[in-house]
Write a protein that binds this ligand. Structure first.
Ligand code: NAP
Length: 474
């Protein structure tokens, strides 16, 4: 039986060994999930919601253990791990509160109000497949499953093969919270085998990962005519306007760019700063960045942990070297400091022919350009194939004006990424190559249902009504 050895990328220590699933294991998981789903869906939605509300409590109670686990398999710093735990708890509470209402049967407009009534029903899709990346091994494997479960689906999850432990632990905690057996099943293994086996048989595909993989999987889902949600890459801009609250922008920029070691789909990789405030902003941001503590371990004072792997760090180093070779300058950072560590890096003078000018780095690397007007900033911000997140630092009026012109699924005014992400009531997702579909908000749960329009006639048929109308019109 093949196993996956899980290694802490920050220390090189082995932290676990899990059984690697095969395509046959996925088939078996789906058979079990299909059996369990029927009974789960037969429960009233508020009973399902109660289980997820308890889950939120269990997650918060086990916070420290989960933080240790996330850090140990991913190498991130503790504060970034805390964002995951909070995300799972918040999502569970949000959908436990709003999910039953969003998926309840509702009366709808009908053309024949006196003789007919229409009900929109929202039964679950069946078994939802979740395929998750390495960067948030708990949140991205579990938070999207939460609304799917409340809607009455079973879920089969494939975590990234480098980080399967948090998802496996979440399955145990869901059971502890009262979720029936086989309603949430984790199958660790490779994308090529286990991921593909999920894509072949799930009733809805919830994918988070790279744009390249997302496009392939969307095409496969299209072949099967199943719905999907693709949460993909980004090259997210920040605009610092001439009327920005500068001190706050400087203080927040390190979090916006280097949180989760820069391995965050919504983190900032490009900054456009207005010439009027550029010197002060750049000096302050560089100063804060040089003070960041980078390292391994549980100390809350560590600002940034490791990258996920040597290979990923190689890729970051290659992109930075390429930019430097093309004429970019590093205002701070620019080097790896170990197999899996890379310095928080601020570049400037990056020419358009450097790969990272347009390509997502997915590491702690940002570049700054000084602009002469906000129109120019917006134009540059939108000049990308991506459209995931944007950040604007400005007065309220300027911020709202710029936000309307930005081609991005979320715009954070006077912060980097967290407020719009955690605003669970509003949809979150990508424009352009950053995705298709949305998470959060009402759509974040109704997408896991298959609408059924049930219309009942009373006493007459539509043909009878038409005959009556024809006679009157003659
Ligand atoms: P990836 O290579 O696309 O992998 C993501 C997941 O897909 C992994 O579990 C992977 O499995 C699996 N997979 C790969 N090929 C597959 C295939 N042919 N069939 C089925 N499954 C397959 O993405 P990544 O590089 O690890 O993740 C980073 C990317 O995710 C970045 O671009 C980032 O911006 C994006 N991201 C987006 C969001 C968002 O919400 N928009 C959030 C987080 C990350 P294995 O690796 O285990 O083989």
């Amino acid at each position: 039986m093949a196993t996956i050895t899980v290694t802490n990328p920050a220390t090189g220590e082995t932290v676990g060994e899990v059984q690697q699933a095969t395509a046959a294991d996925v088939d078996e998981a789906f058979a079990r999930a299909r059996g369990a789903q029927r009974q789960w869906a037969a429960l009233p939605a508020r009973k399902r919601a109660r289980v997820l509300r308890r889950f939120a409590k269990v997650v918060v109670d086990k916070r420290d253990e989960l933080l240790d686990l996330i850090q140990s398999e991913n190498g991130k710093n503790r504060a970034s791990a805390l964002e995951e735990v909070m995300d799972v708890a918040l999502t569970s509470l949000y959908y436990a509160q709003t999910g039953p209402k969003a998926t309840r049967t509702r009366g709808r407009f009908t053309a024949l109000p006196l003789v007919s009534s229409t009900r929109e029903q929202r039964p679950p899709k069946g078994v939802v497949g979740v395929i998750a990346p390495f960067n948030y091994p708990l949140a991205l494997a579990v938070s999207d499953a939460v609304p799917a479960l409340i809607a009455g689906n079973a879920v089969v999850v494939k975590p990234d093969s480098q980080t399967p432990l948090s998802a496996l632990r979440a399955a145990e905690l869901l059971r502890e919270a009262g979720l029936p057996e086989d309603v949430f099943i984790v199958v660790p293994g490779s994308g090529a085998e286990v991921g593909q086996a999920i894509v072949r048989q799930c009733d809805f595909l919830m994918f988070t990962g790279s744009t390249a993989t997302g496009k392939k999987l969307a095409a496969q889902a299209g072949e099967r005519l199943i719905d999907y949600s693709m949460e993909l890459g980004g090259k997210n801009p920040m605009i610092v306007a001439d009327d920005a609250p500068l001190e706050r922008a400087i203080n927040a920029a390190t979090h916006a760019c280097f949180s989760n070691s820069g391995q965050l789909c919504i983190s900032i990789e490009r900054i456009y700063v207005h010439r009027a405030v550029a010197d002060d902003f750049i000096a302050g941001f560089v100063d804060r960045t040089t003070q960041m503590r980078v390292g391994a371990g549980r100390d809350w004072g560590i600002d940034m942990g490791s990258q996920i792997s040597k290979e990923h760090t190689d890729k970051i180093a290659m992109l930075v070297d390429d930019a430097l070779t093309h004429g970019a300058r590093a205002l701070t950072g620019g080097h790896r400091t170990g197999e899996t560590f890379f310095e928080p890096t601020i570049l400037t003078d990056v020419p358009a022919d450097a790969a990272l000018y347009t390509q997502e780095v997915f590491g702690p690397v940002v570049y700054i350009e000084v602009v002469d007007s906000l129109d120019q900033a917006v134009e540059k911000a939108n000049d990308t194939e991506y459209g995931l997140n944007a950040s604007v630092w400005a007065s309220a009026a300027t911020g709202r004006r710029l936000a309307k012109r930005l081609e991005a699924g979320t715009v954070n005014i006077n912060d980097g990424y967290a407020p719009a992400w955690s605003a669970m009531g509003a949809p979150m997702g990508g424009w352009k190559q950053s995705g298709a579909g949305r998470r959060h908000g009402e759509h974040g749960i109704t997408k896991f249902t298959e609408p059924r329009n049930v219309t009942r006639m009373r006493g007459v048929t539509v043909g009878g009504v038409m005959d009556f109308a024809r006679r009157r019109l003659r």
